[in-house]
Design a protein around this ligand. Structure first.
Ligand SMILES: [Ca+2]
Length: 280
């Protein structure tokens, strides 16, 4: 979920520079596990969010991880849906997001199921907003098995190295603050230096992704907006740097329990570090 800058047309017709997540490769009509979703034109606001089942991986201990993502059909509006009847996985909380950035995100969270789960048994994520209820149903269908290569292909990574492993990210533990205090959060990402930078390219070439390793701060959960009052992204200055550290200051207006997510990206695969911040 590395952000990159992209020129878009604003509702008033002016070109504005907006930070847009790079995993939002235009996927219209968006194909979900429940079938294609009709293309209704481009909306900046007022649309719903559709959960997606993005596939599964076998874990070394015999369990399985089912991966879910989403498509916020708005081009600008961020949405919030609290955990509960309108945002639940089989009726409960399985670590799904409550804050939804515009457009498509893959592999946002995973649900681990036991080794004896069986092929046909479903895990269902339900999202309801604006009178529309959408579901994503995960199951261990063989065709939906994931590898790093498939994951890179799905997110549209421009540089897919079959040996690439995702970055490893660590960071600040859980925090508790009292308003109006802010909180300083840090994360360190390390990587295997893959994918290797491709040869000399023109910086203006379409589809070229920034090379190297980055850490991006985003809101994952919370009852109100989070303002990151320091730079929200840090990147290695060269493609040969093996680690990057990012520190941000997060500010809140509404008490409650938040999850701030640090996203490490090597430009092809992501890893997350989630920090729970209790705001009193
Ligand atoms: Ca890597």
């Amino acid at each position: 979920m590395l952000m990159r800058l992209r020129w878009i047309l604003s509702p008033i017709g002016a070109l504005v520079l907006m930070a847009v997540p790079h995993h939002l490769a235009a996927q219209i009509p968006f194909e979900s596990s429940t079938g294609p979703i009709p293309y209704n034109g481009q909306y900046s606001r007022g649309q719903d969010v559709v959960p997606s089942y993005d596939g599964w991986k076998a874990n070394p201990d015999g369990t399985f991880s089912m991966y879910f993502g989403y498509m916020n059909r708005n081009f600008e509006e961020q949405l919030d849906i609290d955990i509960g009847p309108n945002n639940n996985v089989d009726g409960g909380d399985r670590g799904q997001p409550t804050h939804f950035y515009p457009r498509r995100y893959w592999f946002v969270f995973k649900v681990v199921v036991p080794k004896d789960w069986g092929v046909d048994k479903k895990v269902t994520w339900t999202l309801s907003i604006r009178g529309k209820t959408n579901t994503a149903k995960g199951w261990l269908q063989p065709d939906w098995e994931l590898s790093n290569e498939v994951m890179m292909e799905n997110v549209g990574a421009g540089n897919r190295d079959p040996d690439n492993e995702a970055p490893v990210i660590t960071g600040t533990g859980p925090q508790t603050i009292s308003l109006p205090d802010t909180v300083t959060l840090s994360a360190v990402a390390r990587d295997d230096l893959l994918p290797r930078p491709r040869g000399q390219r023109n910086s203006g070439e379409a589809g070229v992704e920034a090379q190297g390793l980055s850490v991006q701060w985003i809101q994952y959960r919370g009852p109100g907006a989070i303002t990151f009052t320091a730079p929200t992204r840090a990147a290695t200055s060269t493609a040969s740097s093996r680690s990057v550290t990012s520190t941000t200051v997060a500010a809140f207006k509404v008490p409650g329990i938040y999850v701030v997510r640090a996203v490490a990206s090597d430009s092809a695969l992501d890893s997350f570090h989630d920090i729970t911040v209790t705001v009193k």
